[in-house]
Design a protein around this ligand. Structure first.
Ligand code: SF4
Length: 259
């Protein structure tokens, strides 16, 4: 499933509410530093010169949509909960990401002041100062950590950089001092002859420790919901997700379960 416009929606997101989606990656194919086995956009397609929208194109498209919404569909941003950057890959890969976030916050203030600006990111670009600055400008940073062991993170997320470690991601996430939402997709299955399961006692133990170290203000736990590129995956039940969340909720964490 690919998004074919720079601005799409508004759509109802099971995790975010009424959301206007922002696409900074190519409209024809996915571009990401991960290649998650469960990615709703399918597998990465290697392309030598990916075509990204310019900062100006993004600004123009967003302003046109917000103008249209304010004039026709909502008043003072009441019908829009959030402007969300996600889409066909990793939005922070856009070289003008910081400028685009600045434009978006300015347009939001002008047209829909009640809406939040949120970014869903796979956390792999947090070593870049401009990306961290941009994310700090947003209202919500929703940052991925699918597993807290290198082996399982690599099996689930298939990072393009095969030297990426969980410890590196953790250090980057610590920059936000807990002011972010941690997102984790729970799943079981098999890929390339390797078992995938981030719900085993050992994996959960490592993940709980990571949560305690990062102390995120919110945790989003979700399950696969649509067709996945690796077909040999199974969905975790709502009951099991609730039992995974329970020890964190008992400690006072704000946990959202999408299952
Ligand atoms: S990080 Fe997101 S966009 Fe990238 S492969 Fe994983 S699910 Fe897909």
């Amino acid at each position: 499933m690919l998004f074919n416009n720079i601005v799409y929606g508004p759509i109802h997101s099971r995790r975010l509410g009424t959301s206007l989606g922002m696409e900074l990656m190519p409209l024809e194919h996915k571009l990401c530093t991960f290649n998650c086995v469960y990615c709703e956009c399918g597998w990465n397609t290697p392309v030598s010169h990916p075509k990204l929208p310019t900062r100006e194109e993004v600004k123009t498209a967003l302003e046109a949509k917000l103008r249209q919404m304010v004039n026709g569909q909502c008043v003072d941003g009441q019908c829009l909960d959030v402007i969300t950057f996600s889409g066909n890959g990793e939005p922070t890969l856009h070289p003008e990401f910081l400028g685009i976030i600045e434009d978006t916050c300015a347009l939001r203030d002008q047209y829909c002041p009640n809406a939040k600006v949120s970014v869903l990111s796979n956390s792999t670009q947090l070593g870049r100062a401009d990306v961290v600055r941009a994310l700090r400008r947003c209202d919500n940073r929703i940052l991925k950590l699918d597993a807290a062991t290198d082996e399982m993170m690599r099996r689930i997320d298939l990072p393009v950089n095969d030297r990426l470690t969980v410890e590196q991601i953790m250090e980057w996430l610590e920059q936000f001092e807990g002011d972010f939402t941690l997102q984790t997709c729970f799943l079981r299955g098999e890929h390339d002859g390797k078992r995938i399961d981030n719900t085993t006692p050992d994996e959960l133990d490592a993940w709980y420790k990571a949560v305690d170290r990062l102390h995120p203000k919110q945790i989003m736990m979700y399950v696969i919901d649509r067709k996945t590129p690796e077909e040999n995956l199974s969905k975790i039940s709502r009951e099991e997700m609730e039992s995974i969340a329970a020890p964190l909720q008992a400690k006072g964490y704000d946990v959202i379960i999408s299952a």
